[in-house]
Each structure stands twice: as C-alpha cells, then as structure tokens.
Design a protein. Structure first.
Length: 126
C-alpha cells in the first residue's frame, strides 16, 4: 500500500495503519429523521463508507448574536479526503440548516482492514 505506514501493535492481533487519506467528518442535524436521510444518501452515493447517528446530542452555540441551546443528532461520517468536496456539497444541498456543521478530522491511525474498507467503499464499492 503506497503512502501508508504499518506499525506493529505488541499484544494485538491487528496492525495499526498510519496514513492521511481517511477522515472523519462531523455534522449535526436537527433530529434523527433528517440525519438518517442524509446518512443514507451519503452512503448510497459512495460519499461515505459509514455514517453513525448519535441522537440526543446537546449543543450550546452562538448564532445571530445569541447563545443558543438545542438537542441535535450528530453524524459521524467515515470517508476519504478525495470524497470530501462531494460530501460537503451534498450535505449543504440536503441539510435544513442555513450553515450546516462540516468539520473533518484526519484519521492518524486505525486498523488496516477497516481503513482499507473505507477506501474501497467510497472508491468502487463494497
């Protein structure tokens, strides 16, 4: 695998794969119904390999000069940097918020098989 570094994990069955291609994207939605619709469309279009929905997230934030509090559904989206622009465009198009949260965090390490699965799913399908 090009551009990847495998590290031994003493006492573990799997090796950890280091790279900078996979990312986890966070986005909040008003509820699990909206979040589920966005999650399914992202996976169906291969913008993401997997999306976890975490309902009941309490958010405190500034908006239009006021401090606000809401209960939201957090999407935890697994994808690659190659798919981020399409993913972001799709979320922005489907999302009901004026300014949807889209925060991408690089995956610095993970199981080799899982990271390979992410790349395969968003590339040519799994």
């Amino acid at each position: 695998m090009l551009g990847l570094r495998q590290l031994p994990c003493p006492g573990r069955k799997h090796r950890i794969l280091m790279n900078n291609k996979e990312i986890v994207v966070f986005s909040t939605c008003p509820d699990a119904i909206v979040g589920g619709a966005i999650a399914r469309s992202l996976v169906e279009r291969r913008h993401a390999a997997c999306v976890n929905l975490v309902p009941g997230v309490s958010s405190v934030y500034r908006w239009e000069g006021q401090t606000r509090e809401d209960t939201e559904c957090l999407l935890v989206i697994k994808t690659t940097t190659d798919r981020f622009d399409e993913l972001a465009d799709h979320v922005s198009e489907k999302h009901p918020y004026e300014l949807p949260e889209l925060v991408a965090v690089p995956v610095s390490a993970g199981s080799a098989g899982y990271l390979d699965w992410i790349r395969t799913c968003v590339a040519d399908g799994c």
